[in-house]
Structure formats: C-alpha cells, structure tokens
Design a protein around this ligand. Sequence first.
Ligand code: DX5
Ligand code: ZN
Length: 221
Amino acid sequence: MLEPVIAPSILSANFARLGAEVDAALAAGAGWVHFDVMDNHYVPNLTIGPMVCEALRRHGVTAPIDVHLMVQPVDALVPQFAKAGATSISFHPEASAHVHRTIQSIRTNGCSPGLVLNPATPLDVLDWVLEDIDLILVMSVNPGFGGQSFIPAMLEKVRRIRALIDRSGRPIRLQVDGGVKADNIHDIALAGADTFVSGSAIFGAPDYAQVIGEMQREIQR
Ligand code: DX5
Ligand code: ZN
C-alpha cells in the first residue's frame, strides 16, 4: 500500500486568493493539489486551465499538482498542462477517442497518467491499460460540482479496483474524489484507497489543519 495522500480540490477554494489558499492547505498537511478542469461540454461547469496551473507554479507551489481533466476532447490540453507544471494528468476515457494514445501522450510529456471512472463506468476500461497508468481515480459523485454527497456503492468499486491493483503488482495510486469527509474517509481507506480528494470539507472548514489532521487520523485508525 502506498503512503496515504490528501489532495484538496481547489474547486472549493476562494479563487480570489488562490495562491494563499493553496499555501494554507499545503501548510496544513495536504500532500497534493487537486486541480479540477471543467469545460462546460464534458461536464456542465466551467473552471480553470493551464494558465492558472502555471501561475501556481510561479507563485512557488512545489507540491505535486494533480490535474483532473473533465474535458472533451482531451489531447490538446495534455502538452499545455505538462508545460504549465502538472505532475499527474487524469482523464475520463469516454472523453478520449483513443485512450491508449492519450495515456502515452501524458507519459511522453513527462507527467503521470491517470484514468478516471465515473460512478457508472465499469472496470473493464482498465483491462488493457493497467500496465500503462500510475493512478486510477474513482469518482464517488457525478463529475461537475463540488459539495455533492458520496455515493456509498463506490466503496465496493474501490475494493474491486484495489484487488486489481494488488494483482498487477504495480504501484498504481487509487484515488477517490467526491463527497470525501472526515466521517467517511476511514471506510474509504479501509476499502483500499490511498489518495483522497476533498474539496468542500477542507476549504469549507474554518481550520484546514484541524480537518486535514482529523482526516489523517481517520485514515490511520
Ligand atoms: C467534482 C470534482 C471534485 C470536487 C470534489 O467533479 O472532480 O474534485 O471538487 O469536491 P467535494 O469534496 O466537495 O465533493
Ligand atoms: Zn476532481
């Protein structure tokens, strides 16, 4: 099992002071920055692009920036985010015409490739690419918005993917995104996740260190 990581989703941060928000979350114990990219096409919402990623790097963020692309098409954004300082780039297989090619492009651009499974997406999309990816992101809400409720059936999905990863013998991160909070993160960790995206539960709290600390204790418990 890989070292657990908490990745605050900046979707719920105050965008008017994004640099300070990211600094505060990292100082509070977050390991990665989860960067949600929405295009008002693949999902019905619109957020931020490579310029903001680059601005965070220029601001001095050295932590991994975990880019979650909720866009269609995917490919043109891969080199742009790589150049802007992304560490990992994850995408939804439905949004790419050639999933294997997109994975290869993320890799050759120097980033870690990840595949994202929506709540209703079956696991068979992983069958022929498990050797090529570094991260599997299980969406535990339908993508597009922060602040939604965790879909409980996703715990079983996480368990099944954990078994697949263990059988592969590869150090693939198993990430869960959507409705993750201090009061369900223990069950999510028990199911086999090692990377925890949380937006509203962190940025909506008055004290980031307190909530991230509580999440870390719940993961270890
Ligand atoms: C949803 C995004 C998530 C979202 C999580 O489409 O991918 O990263 O910001 O937010 P919470 O933790 O509030 O569900
Ligand atoms: Zn996300």
